[in-house]
Write a protein that binds this ligand. Structure first.
Ligand code: MF3
Ligand code: CO
Ligand code: CO
Length: 276
């Protein structure tokens, strides 16, 4: 091992072993992930101009309930926030994440983000996608393409011996090489026994080799959020909705992964699509 590598690795921390999952735990997370993916795929197929975000929430909640699941979002009350009042987050255009479903009506040309977290049999999976409603601008298509690519570029770095900072670095480079900005205040997170386990943060910008050393059994969400304009954000008066400060478009893609001996397994992809 050369000196540089040695130095790099010394900056990484060990994960609290209590958050590691057994193969049986990971199978339960996979089942939750398949149900969350079913919600995403259904909403991608059905969302159209004229629907309200509240109608999308009702559809999503019905699918989760029919699959025997619940939502860890409903009633979620982290410090400084009012209780979250819905099962899903339905963010439109300049809304980055955590927009509360309601009366807002989708219009042709919007970017819509469905973020769906499911609890099933005591385990949680978290996944999100941003997609166009009707025809969107070339800039919007660029934003979607690069943000989704960044998710998979980050996932490629999710393997034993790498760190959470290696994931963040890869994601950040892809944004900046393509003229997009990275939202700094929000990041991926440990997920499994709870929606936000706390022991692991997965940044979308970082120095390589920093953060937490990845080991098999770790489970976390990777979720790049990129903006067309500036990286700055603000929170609306509802205490939840996070928007771009300049009102320009934002995109968000998220998967839950489990670190394996050879790399990682995506727990929130569709079954039999070759990704897991
Ligand atoms: N699913 C979100 C995430 O990716 C968390 C939503 S919390 C809520 O971390 F309360 F806003 F629903
Ligand atoms: Co999410
Ligand atoms: Co998440």
């Amino acid at each position: 091992m050369n000196r540089l590598l040695n130095k790099r690795r010394r900056t990484a921390a060990q994960v609290d072993p209590r958050v590691l999952k057994t193969p049986a735990d990971i199978e339960k997370m996979r089942a939750a992930g398949i149900l969350a993916r079913k919600v995403i795929e259904t909403i991608m197929a059905e969302a159209s101009a004229g629907m309200t975000t509240g109608e999308i929430e009702d559809r999503a909640a019905a699918i989760i309930a029919a699959g025997g699941g619940t939502s860890p979002c409903l009633g979620y009350t982290p410090p400084g926030h009012p209780p979250y009042p819905a099962w899903t987050c339905t963010s439109v255009n300049e809304e980055i994440v955590h927009a509360i479903p309601g009366q807002k009506r989708l219009q042709d040309g919007d970017l819509f983000t469905m973020d769906c977290c499911v609890t099933l049999d005591g385990f949680v999976a978290d996944t999100a996608v941003t997609f166009p409603i009707g025809e969107v601008s070339p800039e919007a298509r660029h934003l979607l393409k690069i943000t989704e690519e960044a998710l998979y570029i980050g996932i490629k770095q999710a393997k034993p011996g790498n760190t959470t900072g290696d994931i963040g670095w890869a994601i950040q480079k892809h944004a900046e090489a393509n003229g997009l900005s990275v939202v700094r205040e929000l990041h991926g997170h440990g997920v499994g026994r709870a929606m936000h386990e706390g022991a692991i943060d997965v940044p979308n910008y970082a120095m390589p080799g920093t953060g937490i050393l990845l080991v098999p059994g770790m489970t976390f969400a990777i979720e790049p959020m990129f903006n067309l304009g500036s990286k700055n954000i603000r929170t609306l008066n509802d205490g939840w909705t996070i928007v771009t400060a300049d009102g320009k478009l934002s995109a968000h893609f998220e998967h839950t992964v489990a670190i394996t001996t050879g790399g990682c397994r995506i727990l929130t992809s569709a079954p039999n699509n070759g990704l897991n």
